[in-house]
Ligand binder design. Structure first.
Ligand code: CTP
Length: 404
C-alpha cells in the first residue's frame, strides 16, 4: 500500500519510543522506505540498533556527523520524504517546533520538510493538558501540521488520563490515508456549515441546541484532504479547526446566513450540516434580564438559509441534513423537494449511535433522482468520506451533462 513511499520516522525521548518500533515495522511491511531520526533523549529509551535492524537503513541523530548518503542530512532527509511522522512527540519537541527552534537534527529536518508532518503526542496527562502544550498543538494544527490525538488510559507514570500515544496501528492508518490523499477535489470550492447557532436573549443567555459540530468538521476535513478549497462556516463548538480549512466563525443564524451568502457565489458545492435555530427571540435585551414573575418569550422565524440557497443554486450541488425523531424518510423527502436540494443526509435521532455529540452516525442518503442509500453505523469520519464520494460522482455527472 505504501510501496515506494519515503517516510521519515522521528523518535523523541519518551517511554512510548518502544511503540515506534512497531510503527516502523508496519511501514516497512507495507513497502515504505523508512529513515529514522532519533533525538539523543530517544536513545536513552531505545537502542538505535533496533531501528537500524527494523528499517534496514542507518539511523540519523547527529546534526553535524558525516552521513554517507546525504551531504547535509537534514536537507536531504527533508527533501526526499513523502511524509514525516513524529512518534512519540514529547511536549518539548512540540514546543520547539511550534516556536521555530531548530537545535538538533530532528527539529532542523522537520523545519526543512516540504511534506506533510504528522505528530503523535505522548506525555503525562497534566503536561498534555497544560495550556502551553494545548496552544502549541493548536498553533501547529492551524499551520497545517497533522496530529493523531493521544489516547486516554493509564500512563507510564501511574496517572490516568489523556496522554498515551495513539496505537501504532492508528498512526499507521492515519499516515496511509495522508499519503493516499486523492486530490479529486482540486480546484473546487466547497462551503460546509457546522455546529449549532446561538440566538441571544440577553448578553448572558441564549437559545441553542445540542449539535457538537463533529459531522460538519469531519466533512470539511475530508474535503480539504481531497484537495478542495474549503470554507467552514461554524457556529460555536469545542472543536479544533481542521487543517487547511478556512474558518468563518459565527454565532447566530443571521450571521451564518451572511457568511454563507458571501462565499456562495464562488462555490461549487454547499453542504449544510449545521443545526440552525429555526427561531430567535424577537428582541435581544441589551442588559441582563432580571428575574421577576413568569415570563413569556416571543420567538420569530430565522431565515431558512438552505431554502434560500435552493432558489439561487444554478449549477451548484446542494446538500442538506435532516435530523428527525419520527417519519425520517417522509420528512427528509419533503425537505429535499421543498429546499430544491440535490441530496439530503437523513438520520433518525432515536437510533443508538446516531445524532448529536457522538462519534458515530447512522444515515440514509436520499437523492433528487429518487434513489436512496442506507449506510450502516459508522464513524463520522467514514460518513464524511461516503458523502463526498457520492457528491463527487453525481456532481461530475451533473457538470458533464451541462456541458453536453
Ligand atoms: N437549515 C438552514 N437554515 C435554517 C434551518 C435549517 O439552512 N434556518 C438547514 C440545516 O443546515 C439542514 C436543513 O436545513 O441542512 C435542515 O432542514 P430543516 O427543515 O430546517 O430541519 P429542521 O430544522 O429539523 O426543521 P423541522 O422543524 O422542519 O424538522
Amino acid at each position: 500500500m505504501l510501496a515506494g513511499k519515503s517516510i521519515v520516522l522521528c523518535v523523541t525521548g519518551g517511554i512510548a519510543a518502544y511503540k515506534a518500533v512497531e510503527l516502523c515495522r508496519l511501514f516497512v511491511k507495507a513497502g515504505a522506505e523508512v529513515r529514522v531520526i532519533m533525538t539523543s533523549a530517544a536513545k536513552e529509551f531505545i537502542s538505535p540498533l533496533t531501528f537500524v535492524t527494523v528499517s534496514g537503513n542507518p539511523v540519523y541523530s547527529e546534526l553535524y556527523a558525516a552521513v554517507e548518503r546525504y551531504d547535509v542530512a537534514h536537507v536531504g532527509l527533508a527533501a526526499e520524504a513523502d511524509l514525516f511522522v513524529i512518534a512519540p512527540a514529547t511536549a518539548n519537541c512540540i514546543g520547539k517546533i511550534a516556536s521555530g527552534i531548530a537545535d538538533d537534527l530532528l527539529t532542523t529536518a522537520v523545519m526543512a520538510a516540504a511534506s506533510t508532518v504528522l505528530l503523535a503526542p505522548a506525555m503525562n496527562v497534566r503536561m498534555y493538558e497544560n495550556p502551553i502544550t494545548q496552544s502549541n498543538i493548536k498553533k501547529l494544527t492551524v499551520l497545517g501540521y497533522q496530529i493523531v490525538e493521544p489516547e486516554e488510559g493509564e500512563l507510564a507514570c501511574g496517572d490516568i488520563g489523556r496522554g498515551r500515544m495513539a496505537d501504532p496501528e492508528t498512526i499507521f492508518r492515519v499516515s496511509a490515508s495522508l499519503l493516499a490523499r486523492d486530490k479529486c477535489w482540486q480546484g473546487r470550492r466547497i462551503i460546509v456549515t457546522a455546529g449549532p447557532t446561538r440566538e441571544a436573549l440577553d448578553p448572558v443567555r441564549y437559545i441553542s441546541n445540542h449539535s457538537s459540530g463533529k459531522m460538519g468538521y469531519a466533512i470539511a476535513r475530508a474535503a480539504a484532504i481531497g484537495g478542495a478549497e474549503v470554507v467552514l462556516v461554524s457556529g460555536p463548538t469545542n472543536l479544533a479547526p481542521p487543517v487547511g480549512v478556512r474558518m468563518a466563525q459565527v454565532v447566530s443564524a443571521q450571521e451564518m446566513r451572511e457568511a454563507v451568502m458571501s462565499y456562495f457565489p464562488q462555490s461549487d458545492v454547499v453542504i449544510k450540516a449545521a443545526a440552525v435555530a429555526d427561531y430567535r427571540p424577537s428582541t435581544a435585551s441589551g442588559q441582563k434580564i432580571k428575574k421577576g414573575g413568569d415570563m413569556t418569550l416571543t420567538l420569530v422565524r430565522n431565515p431558512d438559509i438552505l431554502a434560500e440557497l435552493g432558489e439561487l443554486k444554478e449549477g451548484r450541488y446542494l446538500v442538506g441534513f435532516a435530523a428527525e425523531t419520527e417519519d425520517m424518510c417522509a420528512n427528509a423527502h419533503d425537505k429535499l423537494r421543498r429546499k430544491n436540494l440535490d441530496m439530503i443526509v437523513a438520520n433518525d435521532l432515536t437510533e443508538p449511535g446516531a445524532g448529536f455529540d457522538v462519534d458515530t452516525n447512522v444515515v440514509r442518503f436520499i437523492f433528487n433522482d429518487g434513489t436512496e442509500r442506507q449506510l450502516p453505523k459508522m464513524s463520522k469520519t467514514e460518513v464524511a468520506e461516503e458523502i463526498l464520494k457520492e457528491i463527487y460522482a453525481r456532481y461530475r455527472y451533473k457538470k458533464t451533462r451541462k456541458s453536453d
